[in-house]
Design a protein around this ligand. Structure first.
Ligand code: SAM
Length: 329
């Protein structure tokens, strides 16, 4: 197994692959310009190309892949793609991030295709608020999707909740309570400033405040740091079946343990979520270079990873180039 490291001796073994920029929800903080599909059929990487790049990434030292978007379950043939990816020798973990709208329909097929776990993004448990945040009346589908994921064995189901002041912060306790009865990992995420998202400061809720609110439900026992929890610090409430996690990209950035690269749907390698630097790996791929040469491009991307990002919630200087939907979260 090859090992990939960056200039700061961080092990880089995780690749997030965005397979579409199209989404069936239009969350105001994620796709502020409406979230319509912008990439054309020829711009977007084909499944064959994604598989070739994944083989090269594995050759370079990547062992974990997460499929994301846009909404990955909106792209036709996603199950076949997962099947192909999970068969790549050396790839140890295949996971997927979804808004859950089509998860009820897809959970079993994804599991059968070799997907090990799913993260479901869900910011509210209230139907009316769901419609306001996402533009659609689809909360019941998402909840059914989460139950189905649990039923078919995509364990643990992780629920990602972006906390926004005055929008869904009153539900912090409700989300945390979910983990008492169900074996879910509910992970609260600090809102990040992305393109065109002007209200960031007034909506931002720092992680300390989120932790305080969860502590109202009982003492939190902190779990030891575990590689599979990624940037989340996990805790559990007394007697809970599931866990609560906190992800604080702004208050306490976790750059020191960052292990990831990102591949955008149009074939650019991004070295950091918050950096605008991209490497056009699609150009080389379509020029017909070998797998070894593509693996070298992954190695080059790793060397270009910045030491850390410079965003702090107290002094957000600017918002970032592409919106989240285009990068893949
Ligand atoms: N459609 C899929 C989903 O909903 O999970 C995958 C793509 S979505 C861009 C990935 C994640 O990014 C979601 O959990 C979403 O909440 C998160 N996200 C988008 N914009 C964000 C922002 N400004 N701050 C924090 N998280 C954000």
């Amino acid at each position: 197994m090859n090992r990939l490291a960056d200039r700061f001796s961080r092990k880089i073994d995780y690749l997030r692959i965005s397979i579409t920029d199209h989404c069936n929800l239009h969350c105001s903080y994620c796709a502020p310009f409406g979230g319509r599909m912008k990439l054309t059929h020829t711009e977007i990487l084909s499944y064959e190309e994604i598989c070739r790049l994944t083989k090269a990434a594995v050759e370079a030292g990547i062992s974990k892949v997460r499929i994301t978007g846009g909404e990955p379950l909106m792209r036709k043939g996603v199950v076949e793609l997962c099947h192909l990816l999970s068969g790549i020798e050396g790839l140890e973990s295949l996971t997927l991030t979804t808004n859950g709208v089509r998860l009820q329909e897809f959970a079993q097929q994804l599991y059968d295709a070799g997907v090990q776990r799913v993260n479901v993004s869900l910011d509210t448990l209230r139907p009316e608020r769901f419609r306001k945040i996402t533009g659609y009346d689809l909360l019941s589908q998402v909840l059914a999707g989460i139950s189905m994921a649990e039923e078919v064995g995509l364990h643990p189901v992780k629920i990602n909740t972006v906390v926004m002041r005055g929008i869904n912060d009153v539900e912090i306790e409700d989300f945390a309570r979910l983990t008492v009865e169900r074996p879910y990992h509910v992970r609260f995420i600090e809102l990040m400033p992305f393109n065109g998202f002007g209200d960031h400061e007034s909506l931002f809720v720092p992680v300390e405040e989120i932790v305080k609110r969860v502590k109202r439900l009982g003492d939190l026992s902190l779990e030891p740091i575990d590689e599979s929890s990624g940037p989340a610090r996990l805790c559990s409430l007394p007697g809970a079946k599931g866990k609560v996690g906190f992800i604080a990209p702004l208050s306490y950035h976790f750059c020191g343990s960052c292990n990831r690269l990102r591949l955008t749907a149009d074939g650019k390698l991004r070295t950091c979520l918050f950096s605008e630097e991209e490497i056009d790996i699609k150009g080389s791929l379509r020029a017909g270079v070998s797998i070894d040469e593509l693996a070298d491009i992954f190695r080059l991307a790793a060397t270009k990873k910045p030491h850390s990002h410079r965003l702090k919630y107290t002094e957000v200087e600017k918002t970032l180039g592409r919106d989240m939907q285009a990068i893949g979260g």
